[in-house]
Write a protein that binds this ligand. Structure first.
Ligand SMILES: Cc1ncc(COP(=O)(O)O)c(C=O)c1O
Length: 436
């Protein structure tokens, strides 16, 4: 059965005539019959062109931390843009956002930008300039945006592309990248202490940075094993490597201070986007004074016409203020915990081996084994097909997680206890239907 009602289908076909595959980002294409066209969103819900309502657990792939069309964020943006949008000078709102961000996350300095990909791209350049080294380590299953350097061994990779665990291959996950770029990329399995240590000891004079999603937000929310992030911190300090936490998904979501607060570890650089602006295009590169000050007019470039634009900055100022003043994460955590344990119970009763992974504001389900995956290779041995069947049954019933189990369930502040009840009931029915 297609997810598209008649109107949604009509709009999708119209879109496909002028937009490749009818979408403006490949991850949104679910095939010609299941790709939706959305009319509007409000709070925890979205409605498609046929006015079918969904409880939204995709939340635009994570940015919507408060709820769609949050009145205070909308009002802040409306007021700000009547004063103009870009001036190529600093504005008071940019200062306010930078001050809040520093206070909430413990970083010393911040530069604003517009998207997660822009932030990670700049972070890599800063790290290279700071260390005068060219290679970097990333982990299999981590996604750091649409930058050539990062499109290796992401969650789109297949197992056979990754090579042996003893000698992992940085696997390009798209055409169009010059072959030589791979020589700058060292790709490692996550949570493998031995491989990490041996790689760094052998190659540290060439390694500028380690990029890591502290929770694997593009690979089923795989968590770091106890001591693993600490090990990365210890080795990066010892060998003068810049530790970069990519907090595009975890930032302002798993805690006000993101993964740095959650795990009690300060990175050298951190990238933020998504939840920072409740859906508006705003992102940041932040970090320690010494590393951030590598950026220097005339010496080390960072720039962007729209960096600090009024729409994004007003949204961020309002969102961060609400995060600081209201129990946003606390509430989301409570609801997330109820969902995680309710789902756990339903899957146990249905006799489906599983583990619920990630953190309550962004959790995932791993089906096929009761042992949580420690790395992306283990995730790939799970039953992704069964997950997709359950997810599609759920979506038919008006509850919308991503159909791809790698993408976590995201929660927003607007999600109510009743929404959680509705979701758990629908989940129970979806599991029964999928088992048939
Ligand atoms: C961890 C992480 N880093 C970077 C990005 C890229 O962000 P954007 O899509 O805003 O360019 C994403 C996007 O999903 C992400 O999850």
């Amino acid at each position: 059965m297609s997810l598209q009602g008649p109107k949604t289908q009509e709009y999708f076909q119209r879109a496909s005539k002028v937009i490749p595959y009818g979408v403006n980002s490949n991850f949104r294409y679910w095939g010609d019959e299941d790709t939706l066209v959305i009319r509007r969103g409000e709070g925890a819900y979205v409605w498609d062109m046929d006015d079918k309502r969904y409880i939204d657990y995709r939340l635009g792939f994570g940015p919507i931390i408060l709820g769609h069309a949050h009145p205070q964020v909308v009002q802040a943006v409306q007021e700000a843009i009547t004063q103009g949008v870009v001036f190529a000078w600093t504005t008071p709102l940019e200062i306010e956002v930078a001050e809040r961000l520093c206070r909430m996350t413990g970083v010393d300095k911040v530069r604003l930008t517009n998207t997660g990909s822009e932030a990670t791209m700049h972070a890599l350049r800063i790290a290279r300039a700071y260390t005068n080294r060219e290679k970097f380590i990333k982990f299999e299953g981590c996604y750091h945006g649409q930058v050539d350097y990062f499109m290796f061994s992401t969650a789109s990779a297949e197992k056979r592309m990754l090579g042996s665990r003893r000698s992992p291959i940085p696997a390009a996950t798209t055409s169009g990248i010059p072959k030589d770029i791979a020589k700058y990329v060292i790709s490692l399995p996550f949570n493998d202490f031995e491989r990490l240590e041996e790689t760094i000891e052998a190659q540290w004079p060439d390694i500028a940075a380690i990029f890591v999603e502290p929770v694997l937000g593009n690979a089923a929310g795989i968590l770091p094993s106890p001591g693993y992030l600490e090990k990365i911190r210890e080795l990066t300090e010892k060998y003068g490597i810049v530790l970069i936490f990519d907090e595009v998904k975890t930032g302002f979501r798993i805690a006000n201070g993101g993964a740095q607060e959650y795990f009690g570890i300060q990175a050298d650089l951190v990238t933020y986007a998504k939840a920072m602006g409740n859906g508006f295009p705003i992102a940041a590169i932040a970090g320690k004074e010494e590393v951030m000050m590598t950026i220097e007019p005339g010496a080390m470039a960072h720039g962007g016409t729209y960096s600090g634009n009024m729409a994004g900055v007003a949204a961020a100022a309002a969102t961060l203020r609400i995060l600081e003043e209201e129990p946003v994460i606390e509430t989301i955590n409570r609801r997330g915990q109820r969902l995680m344990s309710g789902i756990d119970e339903i899957l146990t009763d249905a006799g489906i081996p599983h583990s619920v992974t990630g953190a309550p504001p962004m959790f995932s389900l791993f089906l096929g084994s009761n042992d949580a995956p420690k790395d992306f290779r283990e995730y790939l041995s799970g039953d992704g097909d069964l997950y997709e069947e359950i997810a599609m049954e759920l979506i038919q019933r008006g509850v919308q997680p991503d159909a791809d189990g790698r993408e976590p369930w995201f929660l927003c502040y607007a999600l109510s206890e009743e929404d959680v009840d509705f979701t758990l009931n629908a989940f129970e029915d979806a599991v029964k239907a999928a088992k048939k």
